[in-house]
Design a protein around this ligand. Structure first.
Ligand code: ADP
Ligand code: MG
Length: 677
């Protein structure tokens, strides 16, 4: 049976079993599902088709015995020449002195390595004696631990395939195998481990990519379904007329994308299920307006609302704009870490007594002392900055409040349906009319004075500028010193009528507020700041954003910073000062100058950074796949997602016998009960 332990295999003793266990391989089935992480392909191509710096395979006759030179400590270099298609090709091999004895003149040899087309030279990473024909063309390479070697592991897998291979059963229903023309599970497992040629390997990988995605999507969507159905009714009976009146008072009409998202939110509020929704939209797309209407809806249903944001500045800004927006429709209070003493006590008491309708705050909101009387709707802004725990605490503050997460980091679709697969997603993918595209320039550091002159010119036209100070390390202290230095430098440079302000995270919040207020009122024309202005801050009169050391930021963060300008009618500019060393850095700058579309940018960022790094190191929430690659196999992911949707919607797992195996597998693999929070 496939569920037997690996020790049932001949030649797998205790030590080997231990090593296998450290790779999470316990049963025969585990072993058979342990696929190579890459394949070395020994495929010979004509020299003229080899691409510079590519990994290539060549075969030829060794022209003379290798020469070996030592340098440094224990470092060696082996040089020899082989004749390929009548051409002399140089071969270099580092730190493998022992190979000198094996490689001899007149032998045929096959080399794999990096090709240098200019020098006709190969830097060898592996070699085999003999011509390529009499070797297997595709060599699976497994990741290993302990005393395992690739050869040993291959032997065990071969033994397992021989003894147990016929027992491998199909998981997927026939209809998918037929529709996608993918091989059955048994054949595909054999091919993954013993590939004969590229085409069948490609199909086998395609099969497991789809299988992995489908199982993952089923799991996510089942979770979402269970979460929904397990929560008690919290239907909020809001007052549609009041909401309409409120919207009519806005100085603008909502974009279609805003309307659509709002509809989805209102539907969630009304439904007996608990909302677990992500609202994503580029900076300035008008998420806050949608959030405000949602909060108001909840209030007309007699509930309280909460808005949690990542920084105090942002909390204060939201507090002010919501106070203005609601007028006497709602009692809004502010609760941040710097609200202290008696005032704090009053606010906390008001929240508990339902004398406050909306609480705006930072993580101070989720401290134990804060008890809501009847929290109906909680909104978490820039949710990727909060830990999962914080979000959960807020969610559990009331009687199953509806929860909306907002983010201005447009999330690539692939990530949205993987990392956030258990949430509903609304997207505002349309900007309010009349916005001018921000012009983005990439400048070298030695043009700084010209940039300052440019700022002065804009200021003389009544506009304002941000200058984001250089980022050294994650260390706060240095960043602040940089900001202070730059602030002084600019003060000296500009004429006295150009007032420069300074903003950084260590300022007491009263001062921060003061600086922000003065900047918003155009009493300060230039604001030197660390990245604390990154999120949410809204000063429509600011038209210039200068970012120092731009190469140190990720695309998403640059995009966020850039989003601080371009919020009014006037033409805005973003100047990136950067001297990136590597190609990726240069590519980033190029992309920034070429697109202002956040969604496009996020896709590019994902490609440059890879999924694990996209949300930062702390909590990526991005699943790891064995065979599948979220970026490359994007279309398979989409297919798997819609198939999973169909399966869940039509209860196929329960009702269609073709899905019996899949259901059994899911039940075995995942225990859903403990996933509920
Ligand atoms: P976000 O929170 O998505 O960054 P905001 O809600 O702060 O965006 O909106 C940015 C600016 O655009 C605000 O000044 C807001 O008043 C304005 N705004 C929002 N929606 C619209 C709209 N439909 N038409 C015109 N302006 C809008
Ligand atoms: Mg906002």
């Amino acid at each position: 049976m496939l569920s037997e332990p690996v020790t049932q295999l001949k030649g797998v003793g205790e030590k080997a079993a231990e090593d296998l266990a450290s790779l999470n391989i316990h049963t025969i089935a585990d072993l058979l599902d342990y696929f190579p992480y890459r394949y070395d392909v020994y495929e010979i191509r004509p020299l003229s088709e080899l691409i510079h710096e590519d990994k290539v395979t060549i075969e030829g006759r060794v022209v003379h015995d290798p020469t070996l030179t030592f340098y440094g400590r224990k470092k060696s270099r082996l040089n020899f020449t082989i004749e390929v298609e009548g051409v002399a090709v140089k071969a270099v091999m580092f730190n493998r002195a022992f190979a000198k004895k094996q490689i001899q003149a007149d032998q045929m040899i096959t080399l794999i390595g990096k090709w240098d087309a200019h020098r006709l030279q190969i830097t060898v990473s592996s070699y085999k004696l003999g011509a390529a024909e009499d070797q297997e063309k595709i060599n699976p390479v497994y990741s290993l631990k302990g005393d395992l070697t690739n050869i040993k592991l291959k032997k065990m897998i071969k033994a397992a395939l021989t003894d147990y291979g016929s027992q491998i059963i199909e998981l997927l229903p026939d209809r998918y195998l037929e529709a996608y023309k993918i091989p059955n599970r048994k054949d595909a497992v054999f091919t993954m481990h013993l590939p004969k040629e590229r085409m069948s390997l490609k199909h086998a990988r395609r099969r497991f990519t789809y299988e992995e995605f489908l199982i993952f999507q089923l799991k996510m969507q089942l979770l979402r379904k269970i979460k929904r159905e397990s929560t008690q009714g919290n239907s909020q009976h809001y007052d549609s007329n009041k909401i309409e009146e409120f919207i009519n008072e806005f100085p603008f009409s909502l974009t279609n994308a805003q309307k659509k998202s709002l509809d989805q939110i209102l539907t969630d509020l009304k439904s007996p299920y608990r909302m677990n929704r992500l609202l994503q939209g580029d900076v300035g797309s008008g998420k806050t307006a949608v959030a405000a209407i949602g909060l108001y809806a909840s209030i007309t249903a007699g509930k309280q609302g909460a808005l949690m944001v990542p920084t105090e500045i942002l909390a204060e800004q939201h507090y002010q704009s919501l106070t203005e927006l609601f007028g006497d429709r709602a009692r809004v209070v502010l609760l941040t870490g710097s609200v202290k003493g008696k005032k704090r006590k009053q606010i906390v008491a008001a929240v508990q007594a339902h004398e406050a309708d909306i609480v705006v705050g930072t993580h101070a909101l989720i401290q134990d002392e804060v008890i809501f009387s009847d929290l109906g709707f909680a909104i978490v802004d820039e949710q990727h900055r909060f830990g999962v725990e914080q979000r959960r605490t807020l969610r559990d503050k009331g009687l199953n409040p509806d929860v909306l997460f907002m983010t201005a980091t447009p999330i690539p679709r692939t990530l949205a349906i993987t990392a956030f697969g258990d949430m509903d997603v609304s997207v505002i993918d349309e900007m309010p009319l009349g916005r001018k595209e921000i012009e983005t320039l990439w400048a070298k550091e030695n043009t700084f004075e010209r940039i300052l002159d440019f700022i002065e010119k804009r200021v003389s036209k009544g506009e304002q500028a941000y200058v984001i100070s250089p980022l050294i390390e994650e260390s706060d202290k240095l960043d602040i010193q940089n900001a202070v230095d730059l602030f002084q430098q600019l003060q000296d440079y500009f004429p006295p009528e150009v007032k420069v302000g300074l903003m950084h995270g260590r300022l007491p919040s009263i001062e921060k507020e003061e600086v922000m207020k003065r900047f918003a009122a155009n009493e300060l024309q230039v604001l030197v700041s660390t990245t604390v202005v990154e999120v949410g801050v809204n000063v429509p009169n600011a038209t210039v954003m200068v970012i120092y050391d731009a190469e140190r930021f990720g695309l998403s963060q640059l995009h966020q910073l850039r989003g601080r300008v371009g919020r009014g009618e006037k033409q805005s500019y973003c100047i990136l000062i950067a001297e990136p060393k590597g190609e990726v850095g240069k590519e980033r700058m190029r992309i920034m100058t070429e697109t202002t579309n956040g969604f496009e940018l996020s896709e590019q960022d994902l490609k440059l950074r890879g999924p694990g790094d996209f949300f930062g190191k702390k909590q990526s929430g991005v699943p790891e796949f064995k065979v599948a690659d979220m970026i490359h196999d994007y279309r398979a992911l989409e297919t798997a997602r819609s198939d999973a949707q169909e399966i869940i919607e039509n209860s196929l797992l329960e009702n269609d016998e073709q899905f019996y195996r899949l259901r059994q597998y899911l039940e075995q693999e995942f225990s859903f009960a403990d996933k509920l929070d």
